[in-house]
Write a protein that binds this ligand. Structure first.
Ligand code: FES
Ligand code: FE2
Length: 348
């Protein structure tokens, strides 16, 4: 069978995914879908982020219908079992106080949870890839702006493909920035690093926004470097360095496969050229949203919501070098996945 990546591919259990933004967490459970399964998340009183499957180990009721107390202990709404921030049952009202509690009375928690760039990343099984890196996030010269979370019909693999692709700019983005884009795709240098790659290209462009051009300090035609960084399964950043006028813009895309047919898009901008101007960041966010909406007109309408990983499944050209590398990395990611061996647990 041809290798392909769909939103529910088993290997995705070993990847990092954004479950939600940090500012969506409160002291009470909220529910988010990942790989067609509901997870609850809340922030305990010590600041700890608690994530667990929204299913009680007792009779599988939705734990998110329960509530947390001041200690961050979550109580199931059905029979009142209480679970601490580590997910361990600490009280079962139906059994006498002091009785031993079943060792399997604990929440189903992800293998790893991390908070980065204002987002909660989880890996359901031991992650086979590193967390994505955005070095600019720790640089005080940069400010971050978050786009609203978008939920769309689509394939996370196809969307990653789309956000790495430059050949569609003149056609899909003619009403935003595409009119200025070159039709022929320049050569991108692609450097592979395990389950990530970097693709770089430097070119001349007309910097119409540079006040230095009007003042005669710099020519209109200036150098700009584009750097795409991709990390499997579905994280990528585009860094634009304005080499003559100065300044760096970073656009990050973190795609969460929510169900077989839907994806949540988390996108943020990091910029060091806005002088802390909130209104200019708001404008930049509105512009980026318009660009993504243009992409989604195509991406949300695919009949088959899969990314073929076998290169014979589609026709490629030299201009597709970056997105061919995406298929190679994802093929390695998918092929190297080994489901955890079934562990037989004896009833105690
Ligand atoms: S189902 Fe949760 S306590 Fe029974
Ligand atoms: Fe696009």
């Amino acid at each position: 069978m041809a290798l392909e990546m769909d939103n529910l591919h088993p290997s995705l259990r070993s990847g990092w995914h954004v479950l939600c933004r940090s500012n969506e967490l409160t002291s009470q459970p909220a529910v988010f879908l990942l790989l067609n399964v509901s997870y609850l998340a809340y922030r305990g009183p010590t600041g700890k982020v608690v994530v667990a499957r929204d299913r009680c180990p007792h009779r599988r009721a939705r734990l998110s219908l329960g509530s947390c107390d001041a200690e961050g202990t979550l109580q199931c709404p059905y029979h009142g079992w209480r679970f601490n921030e580590q997910g361990i049952a600490v009280e079962i009202p139906a059994v006498p106080l002091g009785s031993p509690l079943p060792p399997r009375a604990h929440l189903e928690t992800p293998a790893a949870t991390e908070e980065r760039f204002g987002m909660i990343f989880i890996a359901l099984e031991s992650p086979s890839t590193p967390l994505p890196v955005v070095a600019e996030d720790a640089d005080p010269a940069f400010i971050r702006g978050d786009l609203p979370v978008l939920t769309t019909r689509g394939s996370a693999g196809l969307l990653a493909d789309n956000f790495l692709d430059v050949a569609h700019f003149p056609f899909v983005h003619s009403e935003t920035f595409g009119a200025e884009a070159e039709v022929a795709v320049p050569h991108f240098e692609v450097i592979r690093e395990e389950r990530s790659f970097t693709a770089r290209h430097q070119h001349l462009f007309s910097n119409r926004e540079d006040p230095g051009v009007v003042l005669g300090l710099r020519p209109l035609l200036q150098q700009r470097a584009l750097t795409y960084r991709y990390t499997a399964p579905f994280h990528l950043t585009l860094t634009i360095d304005f080499l003559d006028a100065g300044g760096t813009n970073v656009i990050g895309f973190f795609l969460t496969p929510e169900t077989a047919t839907t994806v949540r898009i988390y996108s943020s901008l990091w910029r060091n050229d806005l002088e802390d101007s909130t209104s200019r960041m708001d404008e930049a966010i509105a512009f980026e949203l318009a660009v993504i909406e243009e992409d989604l007109k195509i991406q949300s309408t695919y009949e088959e919501l899969i990314l073929p990983l076998d290169l014979n499944g589609e026709v490629h050209t030299k201009a597709d070098r970056t997105t061919i590398e995406l298929r190679r990395v994802l093929a390695d990611f998918a092929k190297s996945y080994l489901p955890p061996s079934t562990v037989l647990i004896s009833e105690s």
